[in-house]
Design a protein around this ligand. Structure first.
Ligand SMILES: Cc1cc2nc3c(=O)[nH]c(=O)nc-3n(C[C@H](O)[C@H](O)[C@H](O)COP(=O)(O)OP(=O)(O)OC[C@H]3O[C@@H](n4cnc5c(N)ncnc54)[C@H](O)[C@@H]3O)c2cc1C
Length: 630
């Protein structure tokens, strides 16, 4: 391995690390992906599923911005569904069950094929930092490995997931580890602490896996995929295929009694686990305690692949002792004889609370050092991938001397994610939901291309032909939108008596009404023959329909945005001395000085900053700027 300076070193071969490294290299940076075990690149340590509410939206956005997750899941998924099909388009989202091994293999293959990207096995133990000459912020200079090797780099992106001082728990037994079968990262936490970072302890958990042939599916409810299977990627020409069915069963009162009787043996309730877990993805023991009046909880049985007998037991994440897990599983209808191939466990790990990064995910304490994924306090593959992509793009741009790209909350779920990370106090693993987006009627899966086309063009990750296809789709959607007057739509909806219901039946009728000329006809005939073309036309038509349907709400959003825009226009200098202004309330001063918002709008979104302080702050910032300039 040559010891020259790398442009970017990405630490971690999970979803955040892959997107960061691929983006960095494709944008021209000489990139090293450093990870414990390259054979584990792209591994899905929990449920091998991608998408879901809010998360599917993120994958669609990753796809438009040039990330890889959507393309890979379309190739390796084995069951595809569109969640909330019967609800409004804004909350519909694709979800797919992956063939876990095929997904991992496809990711590894993709990483290996990216020019300018090198993979290295090693354990990052320390960070090399150069003190700033002028007494300012120190700058990253590289990574030191546990075996003593020194790697120099101009940018470092840490994507270490659940590995920092990882501690796994099953019942009373605890053992160090980043996840099942993998050692923890023992040294990097100390390195971060020495650099002055604040660390927090979080936890997450996973359920047992069962042998497929020992499940009695005759008594269970079958869950088939949707037809036609919805693709994630805008560039998937061959529609994905549903290849398996899943099954639904429930916990019973006996399950709950077993759990209650054994709570003292749970590391969660026995006081062994200190880390905070995700409230929205609770363990089965948490569910039984918190929802004591519920007599049953859903349990989804999801195959982990075509060539594996392992079945994921969605809904029964647990760290109870192995013997209790066996009893719990056997108390569930259809699982009386089920054989456990692997037991569930919880993992505790160190994270770096996200107020320590700015909106590019670069740390404020060490310039050139970026964080992405579970290390920043999030949970989930999609959230990790989105941040990895973002950090990779920003690191590559800063190397090229380009301005950071920005995404607002009304533009993308990725904008919401980053803004939440920077401004909110994240005290438990953060996962994306549609409810986190106040402009969700505008942030739909179907219009991701139109929302992000210009940003994607600016970033430059998509191949020219992909960008041309997206441009075509967006132009067609605009053309359809013009054809579809709101009046026409309203007439049709009134005639059909349809409110917010499923509108899939209306689409053909509407298209009938649109009549000719068809905007697709205006497209160069050479494009008509391309395999993607029919899907693009369909997508553009559907998007236009939803745009028109939501036009009233979207106009309301736009008014609201205009009212708030002036807040985002006032930039706050990064060195503004909050502590020198006792006029600001103590709590606001503390929060502002810690988070250092880039604009007044961002300051307004920080939990605990008082409305009265914002008006004052706008005056103080202007005055301070004026005094400094004079
Ligand atoms: C037990 C368990 C349960 C989970 N449950 C859920 C859930 O219920 N819902 C959900 O949405 N998500 C869950 N997840 C989380 C999901 O797996 C992660 O959010 C996602 O994988 C995070 O991606 P990442 O890229 O940040 O990190 P990871 O996928 O954890 O990858 C980290 C990578 O960094 C490497 N690495 C770490 N430290 C070093 C170092 N010092 N040097 C070199 N390489 C290093 C590791 O080897 C690994 O390749 C769970 C994960 C686990 C392990």
């Amino acid at each position: 391995m040559d010891t020259a300076t790398w442009d970017i070193i990405v630490v971690g071969g999970g979803h955040a690390g892959i997107e960061a490294a691929v983006a960095g290299a494709r944008l021209g940076a000489r990139t090293l992906l450093l990870t414990h075990d390259p054979r584990e690149i792209g591994r899905m340590p929990c449920n091998p599923a991608v998408g879901g509410l809010g998360k599917g939206h993120l994958v669609r956005e990753i796809d438009v911005l040039g990330g890889v997750m959507g393309r890979v899941i379309d190739r390796t998924g084995i069951q595809f569904r569109l969640l909330n099909r019967r609800k409004g388009a804004a909350v519909r989202s694709p979800r797919a069950q992956a063939d876990k091994q095929a997904y991992q293999d496809a990711m590894a293959e993709l990483v290996a094929a990216v020019p300018g990207l090198t993979v290295l096995a090693g354990d990052a133990a320390d960070l090399r930092v150069e003190p700033a000459r002028d007494g300012g912020t120190p700058r990253i200079a590289g990574v030191t490995l546990a075996d003593g090797r020194e790697l120099r780099a101009r940018r470092v992106i840490l994507c270490t997931g659940t590995f920092l001082r990882g501690l796994m728990h099953t019942g009373e037994a605890s053992r160090p580890g980043g996840r099942e079968g993998a050692a923890a990262a023992r040294h990097l936490s100390d390195a971060l602490r020495r650099l002055g970072f604040t660390l927090a302890r979080l936890k997450t958990g996973t359920p047992p896996r069962l042998h497929r042939d020992t499940i009695d599916t005759s008594r269970l409810q079958e869950q088939a995929g949707d037809e036609p299977p919805p693709a994630f990627s805008h560039f998937t020409a061959t529609p994905p295929r549903n290849r398996v069915v899943c099954w639904l069963t429930h916990t019973t009162e006996r399950t709950h009694a077993i759990i209650r009787d054994n709570l003292r043996r749970s590391p969660l309730y026995g006081g062994i686990i200190e880390g905070t877990g995700p409230r929205y993805c609770p363990s089965i023991e948490d569910k039984v305690v918190r929802f004591a009046d519920r007599t049953r909880h859903h349990v989804f049985l999801e195959p982990e692949g075509i060539d594996t007998e392992e079945v994921y037991v969605n809904g029964v994440s647990t760290s109870l002792p192995a013997d209790v897990q066996e009893a719990v599983i056997h108390s569930i209808p259809g699982l009386e004889q089920a054989r456990l191939l692997r037991h569930g466990y919880a993992v505790e790990y160190d994270s770096v609370p996200s107020w320590q990064v700015d909106t590019t995910l670069e740390t404020r304490r060490v310039r050139g050092l970026y964080l992405a994924g579970q290390i920043l306090g999030t949970s989930g593959y999609e959230e990790a991938a989105a941040q990895g992509l973002w950090a990779g793009i920003q690191a590559a741009r800063s190397l090229a001397g380009k301005e950071p790209v920005r995404l607002r909350r009304d533009q993308a779920y990725l904008g919401v994610l980053v803004d939440d990370l920077v401004t909110k106090e994240i005290t438990e693993p953060y996962r994306m939901f549609t409810s986190r987006a106040e402009y969700r009627l505008s942030l739909r899966c179907d219009n991701a291309a139109e929302r992000l086309l210009e940003t994607s063009r600016e970033i430059g990750l998509l191949a020219d032909e992909d960008l041309a296809m997206l441009t075509l789709m967006v132009n067609m959607a605009r053309a359809y939108r013009n054809v579809l007057s709101i009046k026409k739509l309203q007439e049709l909806l009134v005639a059909r008596g349809s409110g917010e219901q499923d509108d899939s039946g209306i689409i053909p009728a509407l298209l009938e009404k649109i009549g000719r000329p068809d905007p697709a006809d205006a497209v160069a005939p050479s494009l008509h023959g391309t395999p993607l073309f029919p899907a693009l036309v369909r997508a553009a038509r559907e998007q236009a329909l939803h745009d028109v349907r939501y036009a009233g709400y979207i106009r309301k959003h736009e008014r609201l945005l205009k009212e708030q825009a002036h807040l985002d226009e006032l930039a706050i200098p990064p060195d503004f001395p909050y502590e020198e202004y006792p006029q600001l309330s103590y709590e606001s001063r503390q929060k502002l000085a810690r988070i250092r918002p880039a604009t007044l709008g961002q300051a307004a979104r920080i939990d605990g900053v008082r409305a009265g302080d914002l008006t004052l702050l706008s005056v103080l910032v202007r005055r301070w700027r004026h005094e400094r300039a004079s």
